[in-house]
Structure formats: C-alpha cells, structure tokens
Ligand binder design. Structure first.
Ligand code: DAH
Length: 329
C-alpha cells in the first residue's frame, strides 16, 4: 500500500516537472501504457485475496483517474505556454493585406454573345443552340447554294466526307428551324462556325449570331429597324453605318452592313437580307403568305470594335493578360 502511494507521488512529481508535450507523453506511457509500471502493478494483484484485490483496485483506479486528469491539465498548460512563447516571438503585421481570391471572368466573346442574346430576347426572339457538324443539305443546298456555286469556294469548307462538314455559317439553322416550327417565328442562333483560313483577320473557327424572322408582311424596313436598334444597344451610342447592297444566294434584297470606325474606315460586320423564295420553298413555307428576313452577325468583329482590339487572334491565344482586361465588363 505504501509502495503504491509512493509510486503515485513519484508520478505526480514527474508530471509536474515535465517541460514538453513529448516528455509528458513519455511519462504517460511509462506509467499508464500497456506495459507501464502501474499496469503491471495491477497485474500482480492476482496473488492477493479477493477482498484485498477489490480494495486495491478501487484505490488504483481512483488514483489513476487523478493522474490522467493531472496529465491533461499539464498538457493544456504546456500548449498554452508554447502559444504564448510563439506570440512573444512572432510579430503579426496587421497592416498586411489579406490574400485575394482570384476571380475568373467570361471570355469577351461570351460577354458579347450574352449581351446580344439579352437584346434580342427583349424583342421576343428565342435563342437556340445548334449543331456544329452539319450536312451539305443544310449548310449549302437548302440555302439555295447549288453544287457548283462559287459561294462554296469562298467558304473553304472542312469536310469530313462527301456529305458531312463543319458548318461554315449559322445560316444552316434557318433551314432546320423553319422545317421544324410553324410561322410566325423569331429566332437567334449563336455559335461557332469553321472555315479553312488563318491570318490576321481570319481564324479557322469564329462565331456568328444568326437571326431569323418569319411572319406575314415582313419587309426590309423591319430588318433595318432591328439592325439599327441592335447596334445602338450594343455600342451604347449612335454609330455610323451603311447598308451596302450585296449578294447572298439565300437572300434576295441582300445587304452587308458596314460600320465606320473612328478614322472613317468602313468595316463589314454583318450580312442580311430578305429570305429567298427558293429557300422558303425548300422548307415548305408559302412565300405568297409569309415573308422572312435574316441576318448573320460576326461576333469577333463587333467585339473588336467595341473594345478596340486590333488582332483577331488574341481572342484565341488565351493570354491571361489579355483576358484579365475583361473582368469588370
Ligand atoms: N451566312 C452569311 C455568312 O456567313 C452571313 C449572312 C448573310 C447571314 C445574309 C444571313 C443573311 O442570315 O441573310 O457570310
């Protein structure tokens, strides 16, 4: 009994004198661990009578609890003193700015597409996504671009085989939607188009937004109104433009719209026109009842004009210094 009491005193002194958490841990293992002194002491009790065993085990377990709680208290003290030591040694510069979380942003082309969508949705247009892999029928034939039409050459098409291709224009969606829906209809189709071209003003992939209205009594002045208002909204101010007569196989009354930049130079930004009766016939719309107008806007061009970007290729080089400039637009 005396032995045991002495042992407890020794343990308490050891705990009290320990200077580090590691040391404290060693003490715990030494006395209370599986092979610890106290544990083996309890094992030796087997030679005692039942009464004695009971008495000893009650005392031991009580003492053991005491020691455990002393170890825990000491541990907290040590942790606290380590912390105090650190606070004393380290200085915190509270004037240091916090770490910023970098925010991503939309690509300028996405910005433009979203902006355009918003405008047209307000006018009752519906925006539809469309397939980039097309067939000859939708991309050319049904749009009144015949087999040996020179317009095909100007498109420098990427063919997969002798029927399937990467669409060269979003106009192919005019055919798909007019076949599917009944007039009246108003749609826009934003998306990627592909042509085998690469220089300072051409990339093999670029973006267009196609617009289509089919209704009774649609005429060229409706088209002009929409284009004017769209450009006013897009550039946020009156811009100087010109409807220049042009030619597209799928429109009759065809025009291209030029916008004049600050130095008075005209830049072509879109093609438009009244949908050709042959095209309406191809999609089974009676051109004696309905008329349609359409337009195709080059997204990169107008984005360049809006932000003053001089090289088309910078859209696709993914230079973070370029892209970061569009964070707050
Ligand atoms: N698809 C033409 C192009 O890529 C642009 C275009 C012209 C679209 C006239 C139209 C249109 O809808 O009516 O060059």
């Amino acid at each position: 009994m005396l032995n045991l009491n002495e042992l407890f005193e020794v343990i308490k002194i050891d705990v009290k004198n320990s200077k580090t958490i590691e040391e404290l841990d060693q003490i715990r293992i030494k006395y209370l661990g599986k092979k610890g002194i106290l544990t083996s002491y309890a094992k030796n009790l087997k030679n005692f009578s039942i009464e004695e065993k009971k008495k000893y085990s009650i005392i031991t377990s009580k003492k053991k609890q005491e020691i455990i709680s002393e170890i825990n208290i000491k541990k907290q003290k040590l942790i606290l003193s380590i912390l105090e030591q650190r606070i004393k040694e380290e200085t915190i510069d509270i004037s240091l700015p916090g770490r910023r979380i970098e925010r991503g942003c939309f690509h300028p082309i996405t910005h433009t597409i979203n902006h355009i969508k918003n405008f047209f949705v307000k006018l009752g247009f519906q925006s539809i996504n469309s397939p980039e892999i097309e067939d000859e029928y939708h991309n050319f034939n049904a749009l009144n671009i015949s087999q040996n039409h020179p317009a095909r050459d100007s498109h420098d098409t990427f063919w997969f085989d002798n029927n399937r291709l990467l669409r060269t224009q979003t106009s192919s969606m005019q055919i798909r939607i007019m076949k599917k829906e009944k007039p009246p209809m108003r749609f826009i189709f934003p998306g990627k188009v592909y042509r085998n071209d690469y220089d300072i003003t051409h990339t093999p992939m670029f973006h267009q937004i196609e617009g289509l209205i089919v209704d009774k009594n649609i005429n060229f002045s409706n088209l002009k109104w929409i284009i004017y208002n769209f450009l006013y909204d897009f550039f946020g101010k009156e811009v100087s433009i010109k409807f220049r007569p042009s030619y597209f196989p799928f429109t009759v009354l065809s025009a291209e719209v030029d916008i004049f930049n600050d130095s008075g130079k005209p830049l072509e930004i879109l093609g438009c026109g009244m949908v050709h009766p042959n095209v309406l016939k191809n999609v089974n719309i009676d051109s004696s009842i309905y008329s349609a107008c359409a337009f195709g806007i080059g997204i990169e061009r107008i984005t360049m004009l809006r932000y003053g970007i001089s090289d088309l290729r910078s859209f696709f080089e993914n230079d973070i210094r370029f892209l970061n400039q569009f964070k707050y637009n």
